[in-house]
Write a protein that binds this ligand. Structure first.
Ligand SMILES: [Zn+2]
Length: 190
């Protein structure tokens, strides 16, 4: 086990909880380590997440070893499909942050604003709704992330990738920030 990676995931989960980017036991985080990923276990509470809640999973066959009957996040295949299609990505972060998720549940599109990278198109892309944990969601989201670093999952949440976990987390914070700004702007313009 790679202790440094596990500690970084735990630290990031606590940060995401403190930033109100997670609701209940939703959300999952992973870091790539060669042919494996380290990912949060299914049904974990980010507030109290600790070392034993991180599971090492084989990217190719999804096999894993768990000492206390924990199982990897239900979105593990979503993460592994992204790593297979993006050799430059070393971390995937999925959250249900309230403002961005509200956009994902609404018909309003989320406009790209300055603050993170080059603005290449008007809106943050949305992945069509498929049930959480489904192969269809893993396939469609990972396809869209071939050309994007952040997407909204329709009627679900936010999915960001990065060359490291800090970058992917900051991108989630950015998406939540622009969603909040645009929500307030819509209210003020009523
Ligand atoms: Zn989710």
């Amino acid at each position: 086990m790679n202790n440094k990676i596990i500690e970084k995931i735990v630290e990031t989960a606590h940060h995401i909880y403190d930033k109100d980017m997670i609701i209940g036991k939703a959300g999952n985080i992973s870091i790539r380590d060669g042919d494996y990923i380290y990912i949060t276990a299914s049904g974990t509470d980010f507030k109290s997440l600790h070392y034993e809640d991180i599971i090492k999973v084989d990217i190719d066959d999804l096999s894993y070893i768990s000492e206390d009957n924990k199982i990897p996040s239900m979105e593990t295949s979503l993460h592994t499909e992204i790593y297979k299609k993006r050799s430059d990505v070393e971390s995937v972060v999925h959250v249900h942050s309230p403002y961005a998720t509200a956009f994902a549940f609404s018909k309003k599109r989320l406009t790209r604003l300055e603050g993170f990278g080059e603005i290449t198109s008007e809106y943050i892309e949305e992945v069509e709704y498929y049930p959480p944990g489904s192969k269809k969601l893993a396939d469609c989201a990972s396809d869209m992330l071939k050309n994007e670093d952040a997407v909204l999952l329709k009627d679900h949440g936010v999915l960001c990738v990065g060359k490291n976990i800090d970058e992917a987390t900051l991108l989630c914070e950015y998406i939540e920030g622009i969603a909040k700004t645009q929500y307030i702007a819509h209210v003020l313009n009523l």
